[in-house]
Design a protein around this ligand. Sequence first.
Ligand code: GLU
Length: 630
Amino acid sequence: MISSAVPSDPATAVPSGASAFQALLEELHQRHRERRDGAVADYIPELARAHADGFGIALATADGRVYSVGDTEVPFTIQSISKPFVYGLALEQRNEAWMRRKVGVEPSGEAFNAISLDPDSGIPRNPMINAGAIATTAQVQQLAGHGAIDLLLDHFSGLAGRPLEIDQAVYVSERDTGHRNRAISHLLRNAGVIEEDPEPSLDLYFRQCAISVTCRDLALMAATLACQGVQPISGRRLLSRGTCTRMLALMGTCGMYDYAGHWLHDVGMPAKSGVAGGVLAVVPGLFGLAVWSPRLDRFGNSVRGIAVCEELSERLGLHLYDQNPAGHDPIHRSSNGEWMQSRRLRPARDLRQLNATGERLRVLQVQGVLDAGACEVLLTRLEETAAAADLLVLDLGRVVELQVSCRPLLRRQLAALEQAGTEVLLTPVDLLGADGGDAAGADGLAGLRWFESLDRALEAAEDLLLERPTADQPRMDQVASGDGYGELVESLDPTVREVIQPLLHSRRFADGEVVIRRGERSDCLLIAREGLYETSLGLSPAGTAGPRTRLATFSPGMCFGEIGFLGDTPRTADIVCLGGGSCWELRRNDFEDLRRDNPEAACALLVAIAADIGIKLARASLQLCLLELG
Ligand code: GLU
């Protein structure tokens, strides 16, 4: 976290080596601190005691870094900035339809503290004016009763990421002088918007306005809205996405008193200000911004707060309606089975078959956020694939998010692919059923096959390619049977083979048995006869508790354990038998005897082993290369 509690003195404002982002905030702070126009609110007597020249700017990023300059740790009361957050809480506790019967969503055009209701609907016009805010707070009060203030404080503390308290002096001051708000609350009771004694709700409202926050707290509360309800430091989801969207929409149209239209026009951020001098603004998806400076303009907004936000919006291009054309291509890589191969090592004959038919397998690796724009590009690419391939591996491992609204479209496109005869294999986690939608239902998708990793999906696709030859690409000769010695031995000259075969001892392994153990002496090399032999890192991808990462699986006919054997170095990984099977084993002492007694045969064997290593190496190099390409 970058947090510099920088004093307001410009001489010490720019620490050397600070990021350019920090320097930009400091530049803004330095320039706007010269402004002295506006007046501190005094209609709540205690607010008049504020330090008029106090000035802080804090910006929290979506991944939880906080930049701060000036008086960002000085407490002040949240006042009206509490309104969208209590509205959000009420929305979550009740629901949208319920809340719409209590408070509207239209800008009012009247003073924030007008003692009036919408003449048509008989309810307050929106939750950002006092009437709407008190009506909203009443909902929380009615549900939570005596626990309401603790509920509010907990919620606000979660958003700010630290325990918050009420400024008792400000609370008492407003409670004892807030006759206008008292009148509003009784008006609400009279209109039936509040259905019980309005006094407890009014009291809760005074307390919520008196919650003591700092500029830094507000920046983090704003950043939580920028992150669709997930607090960026704790990672806790505190609000649903839908609630955040509604809060931001209301902040956009009604958040800045009677300056809301100008603000949206010039600054273009959903925001809320309060009479204690705080301004909280949100750049959805990017930043939470907060400014505190108590001198207010005639609309009741912080003079410096407006100036800083205006300039920052301009300098960083943050205006909501100033967006680059999306055009995000979500395809990370599009390739085929010739290039993308699983870590299942197969004998040369299978590899030849796969190389010859690799075109039939298309591999699409998708990345980023799949919103409607990116999804449309993906659907187009899938459509093209239908014409070109019999098999599709769709790797969604780099997808940060697949918007719920796009899932049915993707399911439908995949169903169309399958109907057109292209089999679809997906990886790594089921993103398509996550909305509870019927993956096997109305959109005609019989059931998607998901694999835990791209590697496993590729392996399954290769199996299908090998199992299902096409008319123009018939199955090549079969893999050596379990009784054969495998390609490595069979590639030897018959006279050499005659010498070698008697040295090979057959060993059986049960399913799951460790064939080679890490750290052990390498006293033999093995040639798989039956079964699969798998070696994996003890690591799960990205440190998760997910599947182990396999390095390679050796198929019948392949040689393994040769590296330690030839170099006489300890084993570097465990190799486990899958499904039970047997191997040919060449022991070190037999090989040493061979070298001494028949160096020519030993040399021929070494050449065959080198060729086998070469095939594996070529494969590893290709994988490395693809990795480097990103
Ligand atoms: N507690 C203040 C009131 O109701 C909040 C006003 C504001 O910040 O807009 O008057």
